[in-house]
Ligand binder design. Structure first.
Ligand SMILES: Nc1ncnc2c1ncn2[C@@H]1O[C@H](COP(=O)(O)OP(=O)(O)O)[C@@H](O)[C@H]1O
Ligand SMILES: [Mg+2]
Length: 331
């Protein structure tokens, strides 16, 4: 069994319009993937594809009108969708930790950072406070914060963006999680700091045997730091597999277009940039969600494509999986 097994996860926004008619935005549609212990999985896709919503659905962080309407999430054999909210809250911050964009908004401005680290350890693990203080200093050291004993007295506003992100990662590590979910962890940081933080996170997964999900719109980050890739489009995973395999032989027209629109060093599969607007989640086209933008589209694409295995652990959801010409992509 894998550490995380997500099957046909569906999350919709259900609301009523001014005429009291029910409106449904189908934001996640049959998201399925697995993640093994100790591995790094990169989620990519354009803004609005459903990457953050996937993370929030897994962690029980959805807010109305978002609601899980189908599927299953098994973490370490436990069903997270059926789990009572209190138990799920206890699991989050303990066995599953999240690091989000904008670290400053996730830190309590009125508490010194050392005390925030101690608090999260006490809330989940308990034990003597001195042990939590020791752990806090160890984790600050692990994330490369210089002079932890002194820095633990700092207030959040005294930290640079990069340091604040390191503190968040230290917080995430306090209870030795099995899974770390990092949602755009370095967006907004300058390129050098970005690389330092990502190198650090990758090193920590190896050191602590953690699995990690990195969510990003940057294909280069996935290529560099992940073992596996999941490409999202319109609330579904259109292609997934081992990173090398997917970059060497991208199958889905959307994956090809993503690779084509990134800098030259990543252009392996060929293909043209994808035009057009993301589909309206309130009114998704029948069949393949990409079909209105895909130059390969034919009549059959108005019916839903199934997920096909095209290599070892490599899956694609296209009627023409394995049958499209090399290179070339939607115009
Ligand atoms: N309250 C809402 N009602 C309807 N749709 C929403 C609501 N909130 C977010 N969405 C939609 O959910 C989709 C998924 O968003 P998100 O997971 O944040 O995308 P990503 O992280 O890939 O950029 C987006 O297309 C967004 O428009
Ligand atoms: Mg997001």
């Amino acid at each position: 069994m894998s550490l995380l097994e997500v099957e046909n996860l569906r999350t919709h926004f259900i609301s009523r319009d001014i005429d009291n008619q029910i409106r449904v935005a189908k934001a996640l549609n049959d998201v399925s993937f697995r993640l093994e212990a100790g591995k790094v999985l990169g989620f990519v896709g354009e803004t609005g594809a459903g990457k953050s919503l996937t993370a929030q659905s897994i962690c029980g962080l959805l807010r109305p009108p978002a609601r899980i309407v189908g599927g299953s999430v098994l973490f370490d054999g436990q069903d997270l969708i059926e789990m009572p909210q209190e138990e799920l809250n206890a699991l989050r911050g303990d066995q599953i930790a999240m690091v989000v964009q904008n670290p400053r908004t996730s830190l309590d401005p009125l508490t010194r950072i050392g005390d925030q680290l101690v608090r999260i350890h006490q809330a989940h693990t308990g034990g003597p406070v001195t042990a939590s203080r020791g752990r806090a200093l160890d984790m600050m050291q692990a994330v490369g914060i210089p002079d932890p004993a002194n820095r633990s007295n700092a207030w959040p506003h005294e930290l640079s963006g990069g340091m604040a992100q390191r503190v968040l990662i230290a917080m995430a590590l306090m209870n030795n999680p099995k899974l770390l979910i990092a949602d755009e962890p370095t967006t907004g940081l300058d390129v050098t700091v970005q690389a330092q933080i990502l190198d650090l996170m990758k090193g920590l997964t190896e050191r602590f045997g953690m699995a990690m999900i990195i969510i990003t719109h940057d294909l280069g980050i996935v290529a560099h730091y992940s073992d596996e890739i999941a490409v999202m489009f319109a609330g579904t995973i259109v292609e997934s597999g081992p990173v090398r395999e997917v970059f060497a032989k991208p199958d889905h027209p959307y994956t090809r277009s993503l690779i084509a629109s990134t800098p030259e060093k990543l252009q392996i599969g060929g293909g043209a940039k994808l035009g057009g607007q993301p589909p309206d989640l309130y009114n998704l086209p029948s069949g393949c969600p990409l079909r209105t933008r895909c130059t390969f589209a034919e009549d059959v694409c108005a019916t839903p494509p199934t997920r096909k295995q095209i290599g070892g652990g490599h899956y694609s959801v296209c009627h023409f999986s394995g049958a499209l010409p090399e290179g070339g992509g939607p115009q």
